[in-house]
Design a protein around this ligand. Structure first.
Ligand code: 9MR
Length: 365
């Protein structure tokens, strides 16, 4: 039997425990995002986000999970739903469900869609590159004509070829497309088919580390050698998987200038700022005030640069919406898509969908 005295003592203890919460002074302040980012940038370029359609699990879909944040964007990209292995898993089977959900949400909310990606060495079902060169070419033609054709007029820009240049120089020779063709002509075919499927769509070559001088040089060489502009290429997709320190702003500027001088549109695709340094095994770190400040400063300089170049840049797409869902969580410690994630904080909205300091830096200038 508990006595009155014990109850009083116990409740005192509970109050004490309640009051003795840890010092939160190092926890960054978050706040409600009042200005819509896409509104702020409406004279500059489109503001996009990659969304997963059903990859969050059975719990929810992007339009439910991010309902309050989606008005910040006037361009959406499917993080995975339009990739060949998802949308065209077997020769005679297309799976449009997840992609349609994004397209339909976008149409009903007056949002543009960037398509990603038609021809890539990864996330591509094996059947598509099996057989003779002619058979593979026909598979590619059928894939592109069907997918681009279905969304004709509803996708303003397609990543037609993704990551065809290797980090070691020249073409990615171990791509199944390259192997099936015995060379890089598959890149030309991809643009030709996309052009035929939707002549008004803006067709893009998309890659990461484009700002690295040697890779940039190889990409430019490829575009010239294969005469890709003649075959439909309209622009370059600069995947912006960057971090707090790399790349230098000058190198980004140089990259924008070089592609723009070739008459190409600039799309900043896949923007996220890795809060670690890019490679290897890491210890976890909390999102504290220090990181909040560093991320904010990084976003400030990057968006300043984008604004200066707004006559050249068509779109800036974040590779996600908020810190609760990012591929970067699985980038370190060999946790690729499995195992224990290492939490990263790459966006301007936090895991609770609240705005971080970085948000302020990009909307108030
Ligand atoms: O964010 C995507 C992740 O969910 C997938 O598991 C991964 C598989 O390759 O692809 C991620 O997106 C990639 C994009 O399609 C192309 N550029 C690199 C992106 C990050 O890996």
């Amino acid at each position: 039997m508990i006595s009155i005295k014990q109850i009083i003592l116990l409740s005192g203890l509970l109050i004490f425990v309640g009051c003795s919460s840890p010092d939160l002074s190092d926890k960054p302040k978050t706040f409600k995002a009042k200005k819509m980012i896409s509104q702020v940038y409406k004279e500059h370029f489109l503001i996009g986000a990659a969304v997963a359609s059903s990859e969050y699990g059975n719990r929810d879909y992007f339009d439910i999970r991010y309902a309050e944040l989606l008005p910040h964007y006037n361009s959406l990209t499917a993080e995975n739903a339009m990739k060949p292995e998802v949308i065209h898993p077997l020769k005679d089977q297309f799976n449009f469900q997840a992609a349609d959900r994004i397209i339909n949400y976008a149409s009903s909310n007056n949002i543009n869609v960037r398509g990603h990606a038609l021809v890539w060495h990864s996330q591509t079902s094996p059947w598509i590159t099996e057989g003779s060169k002619d058979a593979v070419r026909e598979n590619m033609r059928n894939h592109i004509m069907t997918v681009v054709g279905r969304y004709k007029g509803r996708v303003y820009s397609w990543d037609v070829v993704n990551e065809a240049v290797s980090d070691q120089g020249s073409y990615r020779a171990d791509s199944p497309w390259y192997k099936a063709y015995g060379g890089p002509e598959y890149i030309i075919d991809a643009f030709k088919f996309a052009k035929a499927a939707d002549p008004d769509c803006s067709l893009i070559y998309n890659d990461y580390a484009v700002v690295r001088p040697s890779k940039r040089h190889d990409i430019i060489t490829m575009i010239k050698k294969l005469d890709l502009k003649k075959h439909g290429l309209d622009g370059i997709g600069i995947q912006a998987h960057w971090n707090l320190y790399w790349p230098e702003i000058n190198e980004i500027q140089r990259t924008i200038d070089m592609f723009s001088e070739m008459g190409l549109d600039i799309h900043i695709t896949e923007l996220d700022i890795d809060c670690f340094d890019g490679m290897g095994n890491k210890e976890g770190r909390a999102f504290d005030n220090d990181l909040d400040d560093k991320l904010a400063a990084r976003y400030r300089e990057i968006f300043e640069l984008f604004r200066i170049n707004s006559d050249k840049i068509v779109s800036v797409t974040f590779w996600g919406v908020a810190d609760d869902h990012t591929w970067l969580d699985y980038h370190y410690n060999k946790t690729w898509n499995a195992g224990k994630p290492l939490k990263n904080y790459p966006f301007v909205f936090d895991t609770d969908h609240k705005a971080k300091k970085a948000y302020n830096e990009i909307v108030d200038f």
